[in-house]
Design a protein around this ligand. Sequence first.
Ligand SMILES: Nc1nc2c(c(=O)[nH]1)N[C@H]1C(S)=C(S)[C@@H](COP(=O)(O)O)O[C@H]1N2
Ligand SMILES: [Mo]
Length: 412
Amino acid sequence: MTDNNYKLIRSRRRFIRNAGTLALAAPLISRAAQDTGEGVTFAGGERPLVQFPEKRKLILVHSRPPHLETPFSTFNESVITANDAFYVRYHLANFPTSIDLADYRLKIRGAVKKTLSLSLDELKSIVEQVELVAVNQCSGNSRGYSSPRVFGAQLSHGAMGNARWTGVPLKAVLEKAGVLSDAKQVVFNGLDKPVLPTTPDFHKTLDIEHVLSPEPMLAWAMNGEDLPFLNGYPLKLIVPGYFGTYWVKHLSDIVVLDHSYKGHDAYFMNKGYRIPDNDCMCVAPGTVADKTRPISTLPVRSFITSVMAGGELPVNRRVELKGIAFDSGEGLKSVDVSIDGGRTWRAAKLSASLGRFSFREWKLDISFTQIGRTALMVRASNRAGEIQPLKADWNPGGYRRHAVETTPVTII
Ligand SMILES: Nc1nc2c(c(=O)[nH]1)N[C@H]1C(S)=C(S)[C@@H](COP(=O)(O)O)O[C@H]1N2
Ligand SMILES: [Mo]
């Protein structure tokens, strides 16, 4: 609350969170040499770092609406991603810049016995609050490494983050409204809107069985603080194990349907965010799938965080390699590391778990015995039998990248 970009305007009855309208209108783009984020592939070059309200400098993907990536070195600081470092993604240019809790309501309506309209305080006291650590990863995270390249934001690996979410189980709130027996799907909508009527609103749906399962939650706090404005203040849908596209921000409307959602505003389910409907969720590069389905759960992934691409490490000295791994909640089985470009592998040690939906730290002590260039790789598997492929598969959206990544380093 002391952040000078963050304004909490208190009058007798009003609590208005303001994202700092001026700052949002004209984000400070810093172009000093030391202020560049990592580039993605050859064509884009280095991307600038920008300052948005409540955020440290993040990598600019685009500014209207804000699309910001977390610099990769952040993931070496902690397995929990700091609120001010957490990435930001919006689709619609008419996103809120100020929300007054006195006016804010969450509606639950449609195929329910009783329509609810809850203030944030009412929601907070509706059932006992819960906490869960979970990864929010954009479907297009790492898209910039698709080969051949695909349309869409050329993201590096920073469109992900791991936080402790505080809220209430979605199921408990729906049960208060009383879901009718013919309920089929549930639509989630936030306070952001399209600018033009031809642009669809950002609506996401989940099947009723998923909504009534224990995991999804409605969260108002992230790492023990109010949600950062740009991450969905005052309320966000958390869908553990699922891609971030379902994690609707500034959530204000929940509609239970007795049918499958169709029409203009179903665009982000029925046209966007879809993957090939086959086992690999992939197609031959440059082709399209006959059949698609909505993207859903996170594949198993792992990264080295203790050294960046192009980094240097000492020869004949103990070096601790460190990184993170995660999956959709099935449970990690192994994390293996190669320091010779994939010829040999050795098992890394997994640190304590913060929960099955969280980033998990791994470590490996190693000594390099030869100077020169080499390629570090890390490969994870999970209890459902998934293992990261050595070679990336391809889909037209550049979604769901999960291949083993390579970190070129020089031993000196
Ligand atoms: N209201 C709203 N919620 C949204 C979106 C959006 O455009 N509007 N984008 C989704 C997508 S695609 C992603 S990747 C995540 C990003 O979450 P973050 O901005 O909190 O990091 O928000 C999701 N929730
Ligand atoms: Mo996304």
